[in-house]
Design a protein around this ligand. Structure first.
Ligand code: ADP
Ligand code: MG
Length: 359
């Protein structure tokens, strides 16, 4: 082999390595909405607006009323591995925020045009920054409400291969609307507003009433056919709503599960539901269910799926039996069940401190 043909190893320029790293965090508009919503929640927001246009390809806006970012920190927020959420490696064991890798904003900025307007309550004026492909184009002081707005436009304008991979606007927007709906259910104490192509799809009332949120996000018709469920066996707690057998769907899309406050997908929960409704529905018909299961976090493995949507329980059979028997008994009871108590519906994953307090 001649020397000419030997591969030459060289470090990639920063803008190239940033683009590659960004691809791992941002693969479609949904991932941007997810990161921005999680940041808003971590910032202590009580009201979050998510607005998208063209499936998020041309426009994504997330506005929150959270803590905002101080003027001298704004540029740091867009640096890779820059975070306010951990300081030392030890902090990794006690993390109770949704983000901590400090990659989201850097990744989003690397593959789009970003505008951020932010103001902490303590600051007189806010800041507006505009970035393109990760470079700051403009930074100015501005009057604005407390909190943060991030607007992402021209997604993947500098990575055409990624742009081509995106599905049609309707597919991309339903992924986002579905995600925001589930977040609104999981975080029922927050007010969450979803706007698609200029239309307000829902605007949840906050206040932690799951039932009100179901009515707001899904249809009124669904709401009227729902039976409240609540059961506690000492080690597990289940609550939520399932449909009366007189109401059913042709698919399982509205069987939505949360474990310890987080949305998950679960074959096991689907199976428990099917078993409970076995003699009550025709084949091919599926009840609607919004179920919140709380278990001891030590008996739960949330790491089996990279994006943590699948979970595994130490004792799958015990969970299956608990959910199945709770629903079966509920469907067989004619007597009214007391309304689910609002204060029991905690709407975000508990922190370690909170769990200790309750024990
Ligand atoms: P991470 O969430 O992992 O820390 P991000 O890149 O998502 O990393 O955000 C970087 C930092 O910017 C956060 O640690 C936080 O301090 C700040 N930040 C991002 N979004 C918001 C927001 N909506 N409100 C207040 N601060 C924010
Ligand atoms: Mg984040």
């Amino acid at each position: 082999m001649s020397e000419m043909m030997l591969p030459q190893i060289h470090a990639l320029p920063k803008h190239v390595s940033d683009k590659i790293a960004a691809g791992e965090v941002v693969d479609r508009p949904l991932s941007i909405v997810k990161e921005l919503m999680e940041n808003a929640i971590d910032a202590g927001a009580s009201f979050i607006t998510v607005e998208i246009k063209n499936g998020g390809k041309s426009y994504i806006r997330v506005t929150d009323d959270g803590c905002g970012i101080a003027k001298d920190q704004v540029m740091l927020a867009f640096q890779r591995h820059a975070t306010s959420k951990i300081e030392t490696a030890d902090d990794l064991d006690t993390i109770n925020t949704l983000g901590f890798r400090g990659e989201a904003l850097a990744s989003i900025a690397a593959v789009s045009q970003v505008e951020m307007i932010t103001k902490p309550a303590s600051a007189k004026a806010g800041v507006k920054v505009r970035l393109q492909g990760g470079e700051v184009m403009e930074q100015t002081d501005t009057g604005c409400p407390d909190g943060t707005t991030i607007i992402v436009t021209s997604l993947f304008y500098n990575t055409p291969a990624r742009l081509k991979f995106l599905k049609g606007d309707n597919t991309e927007s339903s992924l986002i609307i579905d995600f925001v709906s589930k977040m609104a259910l999981a975080y029922s104490k927050l007010r969450i507003r979803m706007i698609n192509n200029g239309n307000i799809l829902f605007n949840t009332p906050g206040g932690g009433q799951i039932y009100n949120n179901i009515l707001t996000i899904y249809s009124k018709e669904t709401g009227q056919k729902l039976l409240p469920v609540s059961a506690d066996n000492g080690s597990m707690f289940l609550e939520g709503y399932v449909s009366d057998p007189s109401y059913s769907k042709t698919n399982r899309k509205q069987q939505i599960f949360f474990v310890n406050g987080r949305y998950i997908s679960s074959r096991m929960m689907e199976k428990a539901i099917s078993m409970a409704y076995k003699d009550k529905l025709f084949e091919g018909r599926y009840p609607v269910a919004y179920l919140f299961l709380y278990v001891n976090p030590e008996t739960l493995d949330v790491n089996i799926h990279p994006n943590k949507k699948e979970v595994r329980f130490d004792d799958e059979l015990a969970v299956l039996d608990f959910v199945h028997s709770t629903l079966r008994d509920r469907l067989n009871t004619k007597q009214a069940i007391p309304e689910v108590k609002a204060e029991k519906l905690f709407s975000r994953p508990q922190t370690k401190e909170e769990r200790v307090e309750e024990q």
